[in-house]
Design a binder for this molecule. Sequence first.
Ligand code: ZN
Length: 83
Amino acid sequence: MNYAMMCHRCGSSHTKAPLSEFDWDEIECADCGEFLDTVGNWEASHSPSLAFQALSMSRTLSMQMTREAQAHASKGATGRVAQ
Ligand SMILES: [Zn+2]
């Protein structure tokens, strides 16, 4: 796993990934050894599932809007036929 983040102490973007990837394992700066984050916290803030959730939510919303627009259009059509 490549933990992309910048060291707040020396500005280096080289991180030292822990050998294991437990939630409590620490990610350190490879240059100065500063503690940057834990694996669990990093994964929580960079989890792709959040992006997927947002994506599926917006997709659901756009499908709803399309369906409503179609419902309005068909209502208008039948209204015109009735006149
Ligand atoms: Zn550093």
